[in-house]
Design a protein around this ligand. Structure first.
Ligand code: PLP
Length: 350
C-alpha cells in the first residue's frame, strides 16, 4: 500500500472533484455481466469460494494455453509483486533486482525492505523505452531478478515485441525475469506484445496480469501470475492462492474474463479518450509519449507540485514525475466528461 499509485487523492479545498485521473482506473468497468454475477454471488457469501478459484484458474489457463498449475491468483497483481519480491529476496539474500527507471516501483520497494538491492537502469534518451541492452549487461552473479514493466508505468511506452522476447530468451537462461503486463490490453495487439510465449517455452519467466485495468475491477481486487509451476508454488508461500479471494470477485471475473464484447467496448472507450487527450495536448502546445496504456505522460512547463495543485484547483487530479531533468504529468483515461474537465483545466493553467 505504500506504492504511489495507492496514495489517496484528496478533493480540492471546498471545491468539487470533477475527474480523478491519477490512479489509472477504468470507469467503464465492472462489466454488466460482472455486476449481475456479483449480485447473484452476494447471497452465496456464506460459502467458501475455493471451487470458483479453481474454475477461474482453469479458464485463464485454457485461454493462455498453459496448465492450471501455471496460474497463481491473488487479490490484485500488486500482492503478487510483493510475494515475488519476498521470495527472490529470501532465496538470494542481498541480491539485486534490475529494473528500468522510472517504472512501477512496487516490487523493488518490497524487495528492498527484505534486504535486496535495486539496480535502476535509466530509460533510453530519446524515446524513453526500456534500455534492454544495458539491463542485460548488468546481469551478473549477484542478480536475483530482472523486472520489466511492459507497457511501462508511468511512461506508457511499449517495448518492441521481437526485441523483448529475444531478451527474455537470453536473460531467463541466466536469471529469472518478471514481466508486469498490467496494461497489455491497451496495446495495439496484446497477443503480439505478451511474453507468455516465453513461459510456454519453459523459461524462467513470470508474467503478471490484472483485472484492475481493462476489466475495470480495481476495487474488486484480482490479479494473476503466469509462470512455471514450481516457481509459483514457492512464491505462493508469501502471497496468492485461493485463500484471499472472495466469492463476489471470483464470480465477477468468471463472468467477464472472456466477454470479448465488453473488452472491445472498454478498449474503444479508452482509445476514444486517449485520442481526445492527444488532440488536447497538441492544441495546447504539449508533446506526449505515445501510450500503449490507459494513461498518457507528457512533459510540463512548471514544477510538478505546482501543476498538480493548480489542476486540483480545477477539480482534476493527476500525477507528476520528475526524471531526465524534466517535470512530467501523467493523466489516466477517464470518461469523456472527465477528459473534458481535464482539457478545460489544462487550458486555464497553461
Ligand atoms: N503493475 C502495474 C504496472 C500497475 O500500474 C499496477 C497498478 O496500477 C499494478 C501492477 C497493481 O495493480 P493491481 O494490484 O490492482 O492488480
Amino acid at each position: 500500500l505504500d506504492a504511489p499509485e495507492m496514495m489517496p487523492t484528496l478533493p480540492p479545498k471546498g471545491g468539487v472533484m470533477k475527474a480523478r485521473l491519477s490512479a489509472n482506473e477504468n470507469p467503464y468497468g465492472p462489466s454488466p455481466k460482472a455486476l449481475k454475477a456479483i449480485s447473484e454471488a452476494a447471497s452465496d457469501g456464506f460459502l467458501y469460494p475455493f471451487s470458483y478459484a479453481g474454475q477461474l484458474q482453469k479458464m485463464i489457463a485454457e485461454q493462455e494455453g498453459v496448465q492450471p498449475e501455471q496460474i497463481l491468483l491473488a487479490p490484485g497483481s500488486g500482492s503478487l509483486l510483493t510475494a515475488a519480491a519476498i521470495h527472490y529476496s529470501h532465496i538470494k539474500p542481498g541480491g539485486s533486482i534490475i529494473s528500468a527507471d522510472p517504472t512501477y516501483e512496487s516490487l523493488m520497494r518490497a524487495a528492498v525492505q527484505h534486504g535486496a538491492k535495486w539496480e535502476k537502469v535509466p530509460l533510453t534518451a530519446n524515446d524513453y523505452d526500456h534500455n534492454l541492452a544495458e539491463m542485460e549487461k548488468r546481469v551478473g552473479d549477484n542478480t536475483s531478478l530482472m523486472y520489466v514493466n511492459n507497457p511501462n508505468n508511468p511512461t506508457g511506452v511499449t517495448i518492441d515485441p521481437v526485441a523483448l522476447r529475444a531478451f527474455v530468451d537470453r536473460v531467463s537462461a541466466k536469471k529469472p525475469v518478471f514481466v508486469d503486463e498490467a496494461y497489455i490490453h491497451y496495446t495495439s495487439d496484446p497477443k503480439k506484445f505478451t511474453v507468455i510465449e516465453n513461459v510456454k517455452k519453459g523459461q524462467d519467466v513470470l508474467v503478471a496480469r490484472t483485472f484492475s485495468k481493462i476489466y475495470g475491477m480495481a476495487g474488486l481486487r484480482l490479479g494473476y501470475l503466469v509462470g512455471q509451476p514450481d516457481t509459483l508454488k514457492a512464491i505462493s508461500k508469501w502471497g496468492g492462492g485461493p485463500g484471499g479471494l472472495t466469492m463476489t470477485t471470483l464470480r465477477a471475473a468468471l463472468a467477464c474474463y472472456q466477454d470479448d464484447e465488453f473488452i472491445k467496448y472498454s478498449l474503444s472507450k479508452g482509445l476514444e479518450a486517449r485520442e481526445f487527450l492527444y488532440q488536447t495536448l497538441k492544441t495546447n502546445g504539449y508533446t506526449y509519449l505515445p501510450s500503449g496504456t490507459n494513461f498518457v505522460l507528457f512533459p510540463i512547463r512548471m514544477k510538478g507540485e505546482d501543476f498538480v495543485s493548480r489542476m486540483m484547483d480545477q477539480g482534476v487530479s493527476i500525477r507528476q514525475w520528475k526524471f531526465d531533468g524534466q517535470y512530467w504529468c501523467r493523466v489516466s483515461l477517464g470518461t469523456m466528461p472527465q477528459m473534458q474537465a481535464f482539457a478545460e483545466g489544462l487550458k486555464v493553467i497553461s
